[in-house]
Structure formats: structure tokens, C-alpha cells
Design a protein. Sequence first.
Length: 563
Amino acid sequence: MAGLAGPAGPAVQQGTGDALTPDTVRTWAITACRALGAARGVIDSANVFPVADADTGTNLCLTFARAKEEVDRQSAGASVGALLAALAHGALLGARGNSGVILSEYLRGLAVGAADDVVDAVVTARALAGASEAAGRAVADPRRGTILSAAEVAAACAATALADGSDVVGVLTAARDGARQALGRSADELDVLRAANVLDAGAYGLSLVLDALCVAAGTGSTAGALSEGQGTVVLMGSLSAPEQSADRALARPGRPAVDGEFEVVLVVEHRDGADRVAASRDVGGRLRRDLQELGESVVVVGGDVPGPAAAPGGAMWQVHVHTDRPEDVVRVVARDEDGRRPTVRQVVVRSLALQVVGPRDAGPGSGGVVACTTAPGLVADLARSGAVVVLRVDEDVTTADLRRAVLETGEDRVLVLPVDESSYEAARALAATGDGDEAPDALPRVTVAPPRTDLHVVAALAAWAGAPQTDRVTEALDAAGSVHVASVGGLTVAAAGATVAGRVAGATAGAEVLLTLLVDEEADATVVDEVVARAQDARPGTEVLLLRSGRASTDVLVGTEEL
């Protein structure tokens, strides 16, 4: 990536050492997971860029854990190239947050560069260069002093070591040392780090990943450990930067402004002839350009899908953006181009403002909530209410989608609000897998609400947000159970009005009634007007809440609830 490091290293020449083995990759996956898990808290606490949301360590840890799962699924006879491709594929599927998405593309670039049957010193240096370049291309607005700087300096040092005749371990050691050097300079290269007097959290994460690879290449054992064999992963107790200037602030600044109200992460996939689609136009580049119009911290990674789990010819992109307009993000990525509309899935949205404030103010054991919805127009309000939101776009919500969202809450107990039967079954399956172990991606205790509709989810979340922490789950479940929902979009104006009037009139005498309408974009406006008028005629004083679904259809859902 241009502009992050000094002059490029010397031209790649033939090395003299041994090649990486399948055991190296398997040991690397184990050791890197352990290292990131051990450093998770330190990295989280130093996370101030691009947003001080205290989750970089968590995101790196969980991204690599998902990558390791894919490696573990491969057969005993899998080659080095196949295992590296599996590692990259798992990371792409499980990438979390800005740092995790960048790490996934780094691993993908490494896998592409190391696709040869023999991964010797030459191939290793080339792969490290490819990994750095891939990660740099993925970021719309790259900055010095970040994980990208560490990747580029690592690649340059690897190339220098190769030119000096180093073997594979020597090349990897030089890369690791280069990443550490970049980490040490990070606070002097990025203003926000300098103000907080910390080193870059992402650069430290990459240093640990490369450190673990050095250990794996040196031991050649599948046991994997942080301090065994011929290498040692160096864990730091703090990322406080050494003071190098008299004017450097020694304390963290106050809560910084976020660069968008929401974080949106999703997958865009081309399946039919996707290889030709990807070749004919720069899908990733187009997504980055379009998303820069909608927000900041834009990272788009992927393309042709590495790994045995990919469908032939498939192409997939993982998208990350901070934005005030999550609904528009979904609309842009789902746009039909060249007669092809991609599949959009794994849409997870959370409030960055609440993430920055929450860990400091919520208190222990506050609990989390995951809200499923089919309505893009509801995503922003659901996230503002404190939920991690899973949006169903083109495919049913899966257990993997919910697992990702549940872990995003960072809580030890989570309420899941399904939106339909499919998401309910996925949530039940997820809850059944919780084992309370100490793995970095171990599930918290999950409670699942019964399957309902978008309006049940809205009511439950409103009750959850307004209840005392100890009563949140009970209040949410009670609220969802008290809402009566009907679809009137397919009825005549008169029938729709009569249906709702009857429901309102039948409420308990003297009770206040809330009428909530979820209106699709192509719904008949006269139906909506008639429903509201008849309800208020039947029971004067009925409160009315009108919500726009953002769905391109004609339905109108009406919910009645006694307050």
C-alpha cells in the first residue's frame, strides 16, 4: 500500500531454507488463537482507532478462531496451500469489525501468494508481500501507524532477509520483527494514538499472529504453545507507548466522537457466473467507492473465494462500514448491475455510540439483546435501543448469523428476539450449543423468545430497553406476548379499517391502546389512513406509531397493545 512504509525491499531471490509444512499451518492456527486470546484484554483496552469501542482484541481473536475452525475441518492429508486457503476462507466468513475484516484479507492475500506446492523462503516472502498489498487495497482510507503499516514493514523486512539468504524461519522472523518495529512507531505516526499514549491495537494483533507463525515454523509440532519449543510468543502487559516527547498526553482523552452512528457488517455474494462478473468489473472497488459516500472506516475484502468450502466460480465480499444510514448501505450493496443482483446475507448492525459508552456505564451483568428483523427501515431504531440487529435480506437468518450477533453483544447472557419461525429454530439450535467453556468464541447463556413478527420484536425491545436490568428479559417477553398483530395490506380499505377497529374496541375498558403500523414502501396510503381513522373513532385517544419497513412490497402490519 503506497505511503505507509519506506522504500520497497530488494528483489526476491532464492532462499536456502526448508519449506513450510501442513503441521506448520495447523500449529500456527492453534498458537495464534491462544496468543490473541491471552492478549485480548490488553488489545481491547488500547483500542482508540478508528473508534474507541474497546473491541479490537475481541474482533481479532474471534476472527482467527473462526479461521482455525476451518483448518480443523480439513483432512489429515491436506496440503499447505489447502490449509492456508481454509484459514483465509474461515477468516473471511467470520471477520468481525474493522480489524477482523482487514486480518481476513491479509490471510487471503497470504493464501493466494502461497498457493504453490512447496512454500519455501521465496514463496513465503512473496506471500507476505501479497498479504500486505491485499490488506492495503481493502481499506478505502488507509492510515499510517495501523495494522497496515505493520503488514507493509513486515513484508519489506522479509524481502530483505530473503535477499540476504535467509531460510523460511529467517524470513518469518524478519517479518515478525518488522511488524514489531512498526508497532513501536505507531504512536508517533497516528495523532489519536499519540494523544492517548498507546500503541496501535491492530498492529499488535498482527505482530502476535506473525510471532505465532514463527513459533510454528520453528517447532514443527502440532502441539502449539505460547512458550514451548524453539520459539516464544511475546505477550505485552500493556500497550502504553513510551513517552518520546514532552508534549505527549499521558492520559486517554475523553470519549471520542464516533465516525458514524452504526457499524454495519455484511456479506455480498455472486453465485451465478460470479467469476466472470468479478473479472469484468471491480466489484470490491465499486463497493468501496459507493460506501464512502455513506460513511467512514470502509473496508471491503474478498473476491474469488479461497478454500474447499467455496462453490465453483463463487465470489464473495465481506463489507464493513461505519455509517449514519444503515438502510442505505443495504440498498447500495444489493443494487442490480449488469443484469445481476448479488445475494446479501449475514447483515449485522450495532450502535457504535452505545458500544463506546456501554462498557464504561452499563455495569456488570447488564445482559445483551439480539433483535432479528426483516425490515431495513427498523434497523437504526432497533440498534439505538441497545440491540445487536440481524437483518434478513435474501436468505433466512442462520445459526452462524445469530452466533456472530450474540458474541457482538459482549455479554454473558443474551436474549434473542426471532422474527419468524426460521430465525426461531436457528436461535434454539444456537442456545443448545452453549457449553460455557473458556474458548474465545464460547457462547454466553442464550434465552430465546418465541417466534413472532417485526412488530413483536419492536414491542419486546422497547420493554427491554426501559426495564431495570434485573427484569429486562421478563418485561421483554411479556411485552411481546401482549401485542396482537394482523396483516391488512391485502384487504380492501373498508375491511382493513373494520378489522383494526374491532381489535381496538375489544380492548379492556379504560385501558390505553397503542396502535403500531409497519408500512411497506408500496403499500396503499388510503388503507393506512383508514386504519388510523377507524381506530381512533372506535377508541378516542388511541396512540398511533407509524413505522416504515423499507421493504419494497405492499404489506401493512398492524399491532394493537394495551399500555
